[in-house]
Write a protein that binds this ligand. Sequence first.
Ligand SMILES: C[S@@+](CC[C@H](N)C(=O)[O-])C[C@H]1O[C@@H](n2cnc3c(N)ncnc32)[C@H](O)[C@@H]1O
Length: 287
Amino acid sequence: MSLGPASDRRLNALTEADHTYLRRLLHERTGVVLDQSRDAFVEMRLGSLATETGIGSLPEVMEALRTEESWGILHRLVVESLAISETSWFRDAHLWEELRETILPELLERRSGVRRLNLWSAACASGQEPYSLAMLLQEQGPLLAGWNVELLATDFSQTILKRARGGMFSQIEMNRGLPVTNLVRHFRKTTDAWELKPEVRSRVEFRELNLAIPWPVLPQMDLVLMRNVLLYFEPALRQRVLRRLAQTLHPDGILVLGSGETTLTMDDTFEGVPLERTVVYRRRGRR
Ligand SMILES: C[S@@+](CC[C@H](N)C(=O)[O-])C[C@H]1O[C@@H](n2cnc3c(N)ncnc32)[C@H](O)[C@@H]1O
């Protein structure tokens, strides 16, 4: 006898205990706090993982997870599948106008003596953010000849970093914020995707880095984009990350947060620098 679609759905659903377990796992591993309003998102992501791995149903994923040795491959895949990786090209257009017209030119001016620039996209998701920055650099053309420009892009998720390194984007992803001139200049159409050309791709070095645990030593950064990630952390972790960042940022370096994150600097490590179209941050007391 068939149980019918409603029962199937119930059988394939997560229990409240499962949700609590998953929230704890994500928080332990990444510092990200998900509340109950994200339950449907969690079920959708885990459902896709159940299909992709061939495990089958959500209860079976949960059982496999609970019996796996802690932090085995399934733990990693589950936590990575729960990451909110929403991103787009040139996200928040007014910021990118400032980057192109004010922030980058001023940085280039300040570093013209050493001709060296270190840029970091922390929590880079599938790469649209660092690649947008790489396209801005590419626009500088011969101006950067002889410069040593390092553009580091990091995320905790190995899955998303693999996608980002691949430099292949679906039509839907391309439709999200990419100006047509950039599409024509920097991409090649393949049968079912768009491939970023090597001259832009090769400007970005992708590396795994979890912001919630002590980082490896990084070069002193001139510009850090840490956007749309701190808002998922608890205040204490945000503060720890900002304090660590203050040590990684060059004394006159610039920090850029997401557009909804301007109040995150409850911490006094950084101060806002109002520009015409946005606010960026620098270490307090620096001029
Ligand atoms: C919403 S996306 C933001 C992407 C991009 N910065 C932007 O603003 O478009 C958040 C990213 O943060 C990453 N993330 C979450 N917790 C992290 C952690 N503890 N360390 C590093 N990355 C993390 C997720 O994997 C995801 O790719």
